[in-house]
Design a protein around this ligand. Structure first.
Ligand code: NAP
Length: 282
């Protein structure tokens, strides 16, 4: 049984590749850049979601697909193209990385894109699993430089609790289904085992590093301005405003059992993540 791993160079996909290799599963990576494919090792095809010929070539002889990409305005078009090509190629099951709160009617743009793509997959007639994770622990690494240099980092999450998830647990959930004789259909919410505020994250990190680390809450407008300066697409910024406001009110705090349901084991704690990544913050 051959598994095509799209988004193979990303934070989830690269861990999926490692885990499939550890299980001796047969896989093929779909990459945009040949040198990245070579460094992954093993079978790979160079292509792009926007190139139907490359999808056809990549899907030859494939039975299952991990569908994962970057959240962008092209996501729905691109994921539909992969789903159509998978159907034509005789794929039996697609595992798609979606997001918590995905819905075709939500105001949160990224959630709407994922909701539309999940609905298209569900209606495709293929076997389907949508994994809907919350905020990745790995996003916290974006604050590492600021913490290293000044012991502080900034955000607009207020005192909202977030059920942070390790992206390795998303990869484990995906691999468990991609390799299962009878993968579980439907949408599954994935979170870590606890919901914490950013102040609590800072306190845990401070204790681990043995030096003060502070979370500094800033107005949403200021954080959005910084994201604009970093080059985030304009179309996404308005919806991030809504996301910060919702997260501050606890919209990402609810715990879900998806990781345990799909893998049989509990998701990793933030303490375990910080133990692995302490040097990045030191
Ligand atoms: N970060 C979070 O907190 C969070 C929370 C919930 C859900 N999510 C969802 O999780 C997904 C992101 O997962 P991730 O962290 O693994 O993403 P990532 O690290 O940014 O990886 C994205 C992957 O997609 C590939 N890709 C992008 N455009 C492509 C195209 N046109 N054709 C083929 N491949 C393409 C990239 O390849 P290259 O190496 O060539 O760029 C990369 O391998 C997104 O859908 C996001 O909405 C994220």
């Amino acid at each position: 049984m051959k598994i095509l791993v799209t988004g193979a160079t990303g934070s989830i996909g690269s861990q999926v590749i490692q885990q499939l290799r550890a299980r001796d599963a047969s896989f093929r990576a779909f990459v945009r850049d040949r040198s990245k494919g070579e460094s992954l090792g093993g079978d790979f095809v160079v292509g792009d979601f926007d190139s139907p010929e490359s999808l056809r070539a990549a899907l030859q002889g494939v039975d299952r697909v991990l569908l994962n990409g970057t959240p962008s305005e092209g996501l729905v078009r691109q994921h539909r193209a992969v789903i159509d090509a998978a159907k034509q190629a005789g794929v039996s099951h697609v595992v798609r990385i979606s997001t918590r709160g995905a819905s075709a009617t939500t105001d949160f743009l990224v959630g709407r894109w994922h909701g539309e793509a999940d609905a298209y997959l569900e209606a495709s007639g293929l076997g389907w699993t949508a994994l809907r994770p919350t905020y990745f622990m790995q996003n916290l690494l974006r604050n590492a430089e600021s913490i290293r240099n000044g012991g502080r980092f900034f955000g607009a999450f207020g005192t909202g609790r977030i059920a942070f998830i390790d992206s390795g647990d998303i990869a484990r959930s995906a691999v468990a289904q991609l390799t299962h004789a009878s993968p579980r259909s439907g949408a599954h919410s994935l979170t870590g085992p606890e919901a914490l505020t950013f102040d609590e994250f800072a306190a845990k990190l401070s204790a681990r590093l043995g030096k003060p680390v502070a979370y500094v809450d800033r107005p949403v407008s200021e954080v959005i301005e910084n994201m604009r300066a970093q080059g985030f697409p304009e179309a996404m910024l308005g919806s991030f405003k809504g996301m910060f406001e919702a997260f501050a009110k606890g919209a990402a705090s609810q715990l879900a059992t998806g990781v345990k349901d799909l893998t049989g084991t509990e998701p990793r704690t933030l303490d375990a993540f910080l133990a692995d990544h302490a040097e990045s913050f030191r």
